[in-house]
Design a protein around this ligand. Sequence first.
Ligand SMILES: O=C(O)C1=C[C@@H](OP(=O)(O)O)[C@@H](O)[C@H](O)C1
Ligand SMILES: C=C(OP(=O)(O)O)C(=O)O
Length: 427
Amino acid sequence: MLRIQKVKSIQGTVRVPGDKSISHRAVMFGALAEGTTTISGFLPGADCLSTISCFRRMGIQIEQQDDQVVVHGKGWFGLEEPKEKLDVGNSGTTIRLISGILSTQPFHVVLEGDESIAKRPMRRVVGPLRQMGAKIDGRKNGEFTPLAIRGTELSGIQYDSPVASAQVKSAILLAGLQAKGVTSVNEPHLSRDHTERMLAAFGVQVVRDGLTVSVEGGQRLVGREISVPGDISSAAFLIAAVMMVPGSSLVIENVGMNPTRTGIVDVVRAMGGRIDLVNERVVNEEPVADLHVFHSELTGTVVEGEIIPRLIDEIPVIAVLASQASGTTLIRDAEELKVKETDRIATVVSELSKFGANITPTDDGMIIKGKTSLKAASIDSMGDHRIGMAMAIAGLSAEGVTQIANAEAINVSFPGFAALLDSISSK
Ligand SMILES: O=C(O)C1=C[C@@H](OP(=O)(O)O)[C@@H](O)[C@H](O)C1
Ligand SMILES: C=C(OP(=O)(O)O)C(=O)O
């Protein structure tokens, strides 16, 4: 149980843990590369540890201590058939990206995860991988886990993805690296492009043409050093904390500022919030900056269209911010929220309503009317890390003591969240 109290102000200079998307990819690509990959700034959260454990079970030697990781890659076909099922835990990124990799491997694997993973749609990757020739089975004709994959020789496809999903795009491109001919993926809006950037850093040729990205089969990856920036999706909770508590200001150093991820900064600024970018630089093909965040009075906004994939994981905390902004905030085109760790339209609405917020669900998002004064509540994260953290932030400006059950889910992406928040709060 996590307890959160109203705070007087948020102040300090901090770093957030490493980017989850980049950490997963660094381990996966390191395992498939020839030679050693050394990762610093790795996120030692439960999801990325699931990725490490899956590759260890396939015979890859990986040393991990806190945020330092060494992966002893054995080349694309150096993986071995695991003796047991692979457990992806709570991680959608692990199961979807690994499905693309395993579709090319000459062995049989069963993939499984927790209760939340069992409800998340898999045909979005299973369908296109089958079109490439992959042999994949799963409950409800491959829609749900457990998935059983028997790798084989694949052929490249030109895939028009109905969703802007980096997990779908990445699974297909990874399979495409060992498929005959060229594989390309087109998406309705640009989703996060860490796979494309990191493959290039590992020596792979990746061709982008607008919203279409292509790779040719038969390419090899070469091990290297990767420095992972702080996760903007984790920084988002601290940005929101500053905006919620009058008189606050905070420096968040070394945050990944990949433009496919910075929707949160754009939305907070559109609401009237001040975030200054300092010391902007590029590390391993990824833009990075220090964020200077200042408390500001916010007004409601509309969040829709191409920005949605650029802030999809931040919508729970944007809803919290919107409850403290004057006027109405509309969030549209975000039906993808329904297939995350929980149905995040339903869980944000149910939990934020408990604080007294004025929030209504819609088919593809939510409507929040502000500004309401929040009262402490008894919250359930429902096993969803982002719901747990978003509600903790709401608790910072609520009268009384907020209690968050199942708060251990927060370790999925932000180990040390509660202690970090405490260290910058004055009560
Ligand atoms: O590729 C990734 O690392 C991720 C992609 C997104 O999911 P979708 O691809 O399902 O949009 C995001 O929500 C998830 O937290 C991480
Ligand atoms: C949706 C998320 O992750 P994943 O899909 O990897 O479980 C998330 O971190 O919010």
